[in-house]
Every structure is written in C-alpha cells, then in structure tokens.
Design a protein around this ligand. Structure first.
Ligand SMILES: NC(=O)c1ccc[n+]([C@@H]2O[C@H](COP(=O)([O-])OP(=O)(O)OC[C@H]3O[C@@H](n4cnc5c(N)ncnc54)[C@H](OP(=O)(O)O)[C@@H]3O)[C@@H](O)[C@H]2O)c1
Length: 308
C-alpha cells in the first residue's frame, strides 16, 4: 500500500473521531483537518483550551461547516482523563480514537499521580483514555484505536516494566522517550490481542510520522514553541524534516485504510523518515508479546482500570 495518497481518504460522513493533541501546526491538527475535510465529526482533545480553539478556527477557515468540538484533556493527569472521558460519554459511538498527543525529551519531573512526565503523557494517560472510551468504540461496530509511536521506539534499550512510581538509576530523557514510544507499540499489540480474544469489533493500530516539522522538539526542550531559542530550534527542525501535513499521513492511513489490527504504518521513504505511508516493521523488542502483556498489567494497576 505504498501508493496510499491522502486524496484517497474515504468519505467520513457520519463518523466520529477523537484526536488528542490538536495544536496548530502539529500532526494532530493535520489529522483532524483531513478528517474534517472528508466530513467526519472531529472532537479535538487538548490540554490548553485557547490552543484548541485556535485549531478549531484554522480548520473552520479551510473547511466551511466542519463539525468540530473541543474537549479539555490533560493526559498527564489521570483525573483529567477521567473527567474528559465522562464529558465525551454523551457523544455516542466513536469510530476512531487517535492517540496522537505526546511530549518528547522533557526534564525529569513527576506528575501529581507520581508518574514520570513522559510515561504519564505518552502512555498511561492514553491507556486510561482508550479504556474509558472503549464502550463507545465498540458501539461504532467498526472502531479503531490509532496510537502515534515513533522511530525512537528503537532507542528504548529496554521495556519500561519497573514500578512507574519509582525512579531507579539515572534519568535518560531520550531513552525514556523511546520507552514511551515502545509502550505505544505494546499497547497496540496487547490491546488488539485482547480485543480479538473478547471478540469485540475494534482494531488497534499504530503509526509513526518519520521526522516531521512540528513543535515537539521545542516544546520538550523549552516548554514553548516560540520565543528566542525555541523559535530557532523550531525553524531548524522544519528545515530538515518533512511537513507536519505529510507527517499526519501515516495516522490517516491507519485510521481509514483496510488494514489488519496491530498494523504499524510509517513513511515509505529513505529510512522511514519521510514519504508516502505504508505498513512497516518494528524492532525485535517491540515484538515481545510477554513484555506487552506485563506492561498492560502494570498499566491497569497504575490507571486503576481493567479492560476490555
Ligand atoms: N514530529 C515528529 O517528527 C514526530 C516523530 C515521531 C513521533 N512523533 C509523535 O507524534 C505525536 C504528535 O507530536 P507532534 O510532532 O505533532 O508535536 P506537537 O506539535 O508538539 O504536538 C503534541 C501535542 O500533544 C499535546 N500534549 C502534550 N502534553 C499533553 C498533555 N499532558 N495532555 C494533552 N495533550 C498534550 C500538545 O499540546 P500543547 O500544544 O498544549 O503542548 C500538542 O497538541 C507525538 O506522540 C510524538 O511523540 C512526532
């Protein structure tokens, strides 16, 4: 399927999609934009209401009559995830949840739940959100969970299977980021396996954007995407990467193409850094089913939710 083209996105009328992390100029924005263009009702779930409104306005400027709703969601807070899921409970069936939001390379810090920030935002929050929205994904009768991982999953070193509320050894921010992206692949594999075993009509897939010009690096390093050195880093990333628009294609393909559960979609170009999307492989560590099962149990305990 390396000839996948965004122009082939099927009509999305009557479908409801939740996209996390829809900040303007990021992958979530472009994922939401293309789905709205095809007629989907898109729920944009972000932690900063002003930024979400900015994206809503930008999409409406391009897509007249776009059906967009804003949802407040801070993935680094388990209670915020529960509040957001309760707020979205009345929207009815959800056809696709795109777990897109994430942070990268942040300094060591712990959330109010006692979790390391990158693992909380990139894995435990999405794990809880997915579980809480699962009944609505099942209602769709053809639900999908698309989780945005990264080539960085290959830098994890080892699986994050220790006590998530304890720090053992030195904190290596890039290795931990890699572990969160490995966790995205474990979540996808184990969720899909459990969905099959429970005979539920939902698939779990993963995507990665290669290297795309978004605010991820500047946000992680400086906590902002503009102003002084953050502007310089943002511009530097954009100069050497593919566009955020193209970075969203793997998520869009995973959300809409006829692919089996546990597929991983990434760019088909040189070293998967850019290009048209296709299904791609994953590291040997990411294929370890026992690790995926153990992380699932740790996540159930941590988020205090067992599913499916
Ligand atoms: N860009 C790349 O080359 C690349 C490569 C591999 C993987 N990825 C993955 O792609 C995904 C999207 O990143 P991006 O590149 O589009 O970067 P981005 O523009 O920085 O977008 C990240 C989004 O996540 C949101 N977010 C961060 N912390 C959150 C929290 N606690 N609760 C809710 N939302 C939160 C951000 O909101 P704020 O704007 O409010 O901070 C933003 O909307 C991430 O999962 C990232 O790991 C990106």
């Amino acid at each position: 399927m390396s000839d996948w083209n965004v122009a082939d996105l099927p009509d999305q009328s009557g479908r409801t999609v939740v996209v996390t992390g829809p900040t303007l100029g990021g992958l979530g924005h472009h994922t939401a934009l293309e789905l709205a263009r095809r007629g989907a009702r898109v729920i944009l779930a972000g932690r900063n209401p002003a930024k979400v409104e900015e994206t809503v306005a930008a999409i409406r400027a391009e897509v007249a009559g776009a059906q967009l709703e804003a949802l407040h969601l801070d993935l680094a807070s388990l209670s915020s995830v529960r509040t957001a899921a309760a707020a979205v409970a009345q929207v009815g069936p959800i056809d696709v949840l795109v777990n897109n939001a994430g942070v990268m390379g942040t300094k060591y810090s712990r959330t109010a739940d006692g979790l390391e920030l990158q693992m909380a935002t990139n894995h435990f929050g999405p794990f809880l959100l997915t579980g809480l929205l699962l009944p609505q994904l099942v209602q769709s009768a053809d639900g999908r969970v698309v989780t945005v991982s990264s080539l960085f999953h290959t830098f994890a070193g080892k699986a994050p299977l220790g006590d998530p509320r304890e720090q053992t050894g030195r904190y290596h921010t890039w290795r931990v980021y890699g572990q969160t992206k490995l966790a995205n692949l474990y979540l996808t594999a184990e969720l899909d396996r459990r969905l099959r075993a429970a005979d539920l009509p939902v698939r779990a897939l993963a995507a990665h954007p290669g290297f795309a010009g978004t605010h991820l690096a500047a946000n992680g390093q400086y906590g902002r995407s503009s102003g002084g050195i953050a502007t310089i880093l943002d511009a530097g990333v954009k100069a050497v990467s593919q566009s955020a628009e193209a970075g969203a294609w793997p998520s869009l393909m995973a959300a809409t193409a006829d692919l089996p559960g546990n597929s991983f979609v990434g760019p088909g170009g040189f070293r998967q850094l850019s290009g048209r999307p296709r299904t791609v492989g994953r590291s040997k560590l990411a294929r370890n089913a026992e690790n995926a099962r153990r992380l699932w149990e740790i996540s159930e305990e941590t988020a205090d939710l067992r599913y499916p």
